[in-house]
Write a protein that binds this ligand. Structure first.
Ligand SMILES: Nc1ncnc2c1ncn2[C@@H]1O[C@H](COP(=O)(O)OP(=O)(O)OP(=O)(O)O)[C@@H](O)[C@H]1O
Ligand SMILES: [Mg+2]
Length: 309
C-alpha cells in the first residue's frame, strides 16, 4: 500500500494533480488531492462522510472547477468552455449521489433521452440507446411515470440509465447502490461487471466495505480532502491502522478469515479471500485436508452448506 496519490510518468486516462477546492472558504473540501486512474479499471474511492468523494467526482466531469490544481483526461487538461465541457461529458458520465439532482424531465423516458438528444443523435438512435439503457437497468416499465413520483431506488436506476444512454467511456458512480434492495444491488453489480468487460472505466464511491473490497481492483482513500492512501483492495483492507484512522470497517470475509487463522483452522499463507465464495472455498480446503475434526459442528455445517449452494 502506498501513501498519498499515484503519480506515474505515462499519461493516465484521468489524472488529478494537487486539486484543491472549497465551497465557502471555511472548509477545504479537497486539499491538494492527487491521483491517477488507468483505463479500464474498477476504482473505488473510500472515505468517511465529508471526506470529499462527491466533490472530487464533480471535478472529474467539469461540474466544479478547481480553485487550484488541475484535472487531466487522456493527458489533456480539462478546459471549461461550453464546447470543451460538452466533449468531456461525452467521455465522462456521472451518476450523482442524490438522484434528485440528476432527474429533471417530466417523465422517465424523457429524462433518459435528454443526454443523447442533447448530443443531437438521430431520433432512431436516441430511441435505441434509451431502450437499451432502460432494459439493462430494468426501468422500462417505469418509462411513462413522472420522475418526481418514483421511489429513491427507482430514481437511482433511472439516473444510471440516463448516463448509460450517453455511452461514456468513464462512468462515475457516487454511492450507486445506496438504498437499493439487496437483489437489485446484486443486479447493479452484475451490470457494472458487464460494463467493465466492455472496456469501461468505472469509478465508484461507497460506504459498503464488503462491496468495495469484493469489487474494486484499485482503491483510493480520501480524508479531509486529501488522498491519504492508494493500493489494491488487499493492501488497503489489510492495513488496520489505515482503516481505523479513516473510519473504514474491515470487510466481514477478512474478519472471518482472521478468526479462522487465529484458531489454527486456516493457514496464514492462504491468499486472502475477496468474496464469500472464495472464503467458503478456502474453508472447504481445510475440510478436505483432514482438519475437519478441528471445526466446530456449526462451522463444519456452514462450510458444507455453502459448498452445496
Ligand atoms: N454544496 C456544499 N456547500 C458547502 N459545503 C459543502 C457542499 N457540499 C459539500 N460540502 C462540504 O465539502 C466537504 C466534502 O463533502 P463531500 O460531499 O464531497 O463529501 P463525501 O466524501 O462525498 O461525503 P459523503 O460520504 O457523506 O457523501 C464536506 O466538509 C462538506 O460539508
Ligand atoms: Mg458524497
Amino acid at each position: 500500500m502506498k501513501k498519498g496519490g499515484l503519480k506515474e510518468a505515462r499519461p493516465q486516462l484521468i489524472a488529478v494533480e494537487n486539486l484543491s477546492f472549497s465551497y465557502d472558504k471555511r472548509v477545504l473540501a479537497l486539499d491538494r488531492a492527487s491521483m491517477s486512474i488507468p483505463r479500464g479499471r474498477k476504482v473505488v474511492i473510500l472515505g468517511a462522510n465529508g471526506a470529499g468523494k462527491s466533490t472530487l467526482f464533480l471535478h472529474l466531469n467539469g461540474i466544479l472547477r478547481p480553485k487550484s490544481g488541475r484535472v487531466l483526461v487522456e493527458g489533456q487538461e480539462v478546459e471549461y468552455s461550453r464546447s470543451h465541457l460538452s466533449e468531456l461529458r461525452k467521455k465522462v458520465g456521472i451518476i450523482f449521489q442524490d438522484p434528485d439532482q440528476q432527474l429533471f424531465s417530466v417523465n422517465v423516458f424523457q429524462d433518459i433521452s435528454f443526454g443523447p438528444m442533447n448530443l443531437k443523435y438521430p431520433r432512431a438512435e436516441v430511441k435505441r440507446r434509451v431502450e437499451q439503457a432502460m432494459e439493462i437497468t430494468r426501468v422500462a416499465d417505469l418509462q411513462g411515470r413522472p420522475t418526481h413520483q418514483l421511489s429513491h431506488g427507482q430514481k437511482k436506476r433511472v439516473a444510471i440509465a440516463g448516463v448509460l444512454a450517453m455511452d461514456p467511456e468513464v462512468i462515475i458512480l457516487d454511492e450507486p447502490t445506496a438504498s437499493l434492495e439487496p437483489c437489485l444491488v446484486e443486479e447493479m453489480m452484475q451490470l457494472f461487471e458487464t460494463l467493465h468487460q466492455a472496456g469501461k472505466t468505472l469509478i465508484m464511491s461507497t460506504h459498503d466495505m464488503d462491496l468495495a473490497y469484493g469489487w474494486a481492483d484499485l482503491c483510493f482513500v480520501l480524508n479531509q480532502g486529501r488522498v491519504v492512501a492508494h493500493g489494491s483492495p488487499e493492501e488497503i483492507f489489510s492495513d488496520q491502522p489505515l482503516l481505523r484512522q479513516n473510519n473504514l470497517q474491515q470487510p466481514w470475509v477478512l474478519k472471518v478469515r482472521e478468526k479462522l487463522t487465529a484458531m489454527g483452522l486456516l493457514a496464514a499463507s492462504i491468499c486472502p479471500p475477496r468474496t464469500e465464495a472464495q472464503l467458503f472455498a478456502a474453508m472447504n480446503c481445510i475440510d478436505s485436508s483432514g482438519m475437519k475434526s478441528n471445526l466446530s459442528p456449526e462451522l463444519y455445517l456452514a462450510s458444507n452448506t455453502t459448498a452445496k449452494s
